[in-house]
Design a protein around this ligand. Structure first.
Ligand SMILES: [Fe+2]
Ligand SMILES: [Fe+2]
Length: 203
């Protein structure tokens, strides 16, 4: 069998996509361009996360009897602000261009937070659990890739991953999974997050 016989030229587009994704995640660590993508998308994600919690608090701050919930959301929002500040610093330090989608995530994040809060306390928690789950997995994959490149950013990403996991658990402890149509809500929100991640890495 010659090398041509096992070339990927005959592979279907789906196979080619799967292969490209595999190598993107398994090549030996990020170069500068890949590290810049990571910082850009993480910066965008933290910005979006702050906006989601702001949107949720805008609703619950205005409702009676929701002080405990508002405080809980404020604590998590403060965590996202801390994450955002770190990525703001990294954007400046490494000269990374922020995503052009920032104005979109600004509005979309707030709308997602406010919209789910208007559906009720459990729907708001379902939104938090769904978003944090995607971000936690996203950070876990990044941490591995950064480890391979011995990039000190790995430690930051791993710490933030733990924080997001804690946010997810908080949301679950507060009834996320009891939200009406939880499965559907989760699927729609997570699909949106994944699109936002893909767009913010590159653009
Ligand atoms: Fe965060
Ligand atoms: Fe979080």
């Amino acid at each position: 069998m010659s090398a041509e016989d096992i070339s990927v030229n005959d592979a279907s587009p789906a196979d080619a996509d799967a292969e490209e994704a595999f190598f993107r995640h398994h090549r030996p660590g990020p170069n500068d361009a890949r590290a810049a993508e990571m910082i850009r998308v993480d910066h965008a994600g933290e910005y979006g996360a702050v906006q989601i919690y702001r949107g949720q608090r805008a609703v619950f701050d205005a409702l009676p009897g929701k002080a405990r919930l508002s405080n809980l959301l404020k604590e998590m929002e403060d965590g996202e602000q801390h994450h955002l500040a770190e990525f703001d610093r990294l954007i400046a330090e490494r000269g990374v261009r922020p995503t052009l989608f920032a104005p979109v995530w600004n509005v979309a994040g707030f709308a997602l937070g406010a919209g789910t809060a208007l559906m009720g306390e459990k729907a708001a928690m379902a939104c938090t659990a769904a978003v944090e789950e995607v971000i936690e997995k996203h950070y876990a994959v990044q941490a591995e890739e950064l480890d391979t490149a011995a990039d000190p950013l790995a430690a930051t990403v791993r710490q933030f991953r733990d924080d997001e996991l804690e946010h997810k658990h908080t949301a679950e402890e507060n009834g996320a999974e009891d939200a009406p149509a939880y499965g559907l809500l989760r699927a729609v929100i997570q699909a949106g997050c994944r699109v936002a991640i893909r767009l913010s890495e590159k653009i």
